[in-house]
Write a protein that binds this ligand. Sequence first.
Ligand code: UT7
Length: 390
Amino acid sequence: MGHVGDTLTYAHIVGWGKYVPPKVMTNADISKIVDTSDEWIVPRTGIRERRIAGPKESAFTMGYAAARAALDKADILPTEVGLIICATATPEHTFPSTASLIQDALGATHAGAFDLSAGCAGFVYALSIGAQVIQGGGHQVILVIGSETLSRITNWKDRGTCILFGDGAGAVVLQASEQRGGVLSTLVRSDGSGGDLLIVPAGGSKLPASPETILRNQHTIQMDGREVFRFATRVVDKSTREVVEKAGLTLDDIELFVPHQANLRIIQAATRALGVDESRVFVNLEKYGNTSSASVPLALCEAVECGRIRPGDHIVLIGFGAGLAWAAATVQWGPPPEPRKRTVREKAVRAAIYPFAQIRSRVLRVWYRIESRLLGSPKPTSIDKDGKKK
Ligand code: UT7
C-alpha cells in the first residue's frame, strides 16, 4: 500500500485471464524426438505435457488474448488502462516491445507500455512494479502480462532442457482502491553471477546472429539444471518467509502458495523447507511444463477458476529463474469485481472497442506509409555562424 495525499492506496487484482495454445505435446511425443521417456520425465519433473505455439501464435498474440480476458473479467475498458507491462523472455522482436504491440491491438490509447526481462521471475517483478506505481498514485489501472513462446528458443536436440518448457500467457489487471488488501508486500532480487547457469548466449549485442551462432545452437536455452535446481530451492524458501514477514503475516496466515511452475521436485523441496502442507501449494505444471514468466499468472488464473482462492485469502506468488533473478509477492485477494451498470451507449462502445482498435491500427499503419512517401524525410536544420536556425 502507499500514501496518495492523506489516503492509503492499495493495488488490487480485479481481473485475470490466460491463453494457452491448443496444440498439446505429450512426453510420448517428445520421446519421438529425443532419447527420453514419460517414465524418466514424470518422476524428475512432474511434467506430463506442454502446449506449443502454432505458426500464427507468438508472445504478442497470446499476451493480447490473456490481457483481453483479464480486462473482460474486470469489466474495464482498454482506454482506462494507464500502463501495460509485459514480462517476457521471448519478446516478439528486440524492439518494438511486445507490450506496445499489445497496447495497440487492445486500443489502450492512454497507456504507456514496456517489456520487462527477468526470466521466469518476470511476472512477479512486473506485478511488484505495477503495484508500486498504483500505490504511489502514478496510475489507476495497470495491465501486468506474462507471455512466452519458449518453444521457439528451445534446443529440440537437448533432452536435458526440451522436456521442460512450454508456451502460454497470463495477465492480471491491477486497480487502485482505498479498500485494504491487494498487493501487500513484494521483494525483487538478483544474482547476476549465476547468469551463465541459464542463458541464451547469442542474438544479443555480444553475439549477434551469424551462421556460426546458428550452427552452434547458441540461440537456444542452455542450462546447468542441477545448479538452477539448487538455487531455486534455496530462494523459494527464503524469499517466501521474507515477503510474508514484510506483509506483517506468518506462514500460517497464507491460504495458498503459487510458485513458478518449473519442476515439481523444486516445489516439493520448498514446501518441505517451509513446513507447509502440500494442499496449500498450487501446482498445474503437469499440463503446461515451465512457461517462464507466464507460469505464475497461468497458475493464479487456474487457482481462482477452480475455487482455490477466495475473497479475503492471503496468497504468495513466487518467481525464480534466469538472471539469476527471483521475486515474491503477498496478495490479499479482494471481493469479485462488482458488475458495473452500463448505459446502452457504454455497452455499444464496449462491444465495438476491439474491432475498432484493429481498424484504427491498420489505418494508422497505412497512414504512416503514405505520410512517409508524401512528405519524404524531414529537412535538416542548419545553424548559421550566429547560432540561428536556418
Ligand atoms: O525456471 C527455472 C528453469 N530451470 C529449472 O527448473 C531446471 C531445474 N533442474 C531440473 O529440473 C533438473 O536438473 C532436470 C530435470 C533438468 C534434470 O534432472 P537431473 O536429475 O538434474 O538430471 P541430470 O542433468 O543430472 O542428468 C542425469 C542423467 C544424465 O545421464 P548420465 O550422464 O548420468 O548417463 C543425463 O544424460 O539423466 C540423463 N538425462 C535424461 N535421460 C532421459 C537428462 N535428461 C534426460 C531426459 N531423458 N530427458
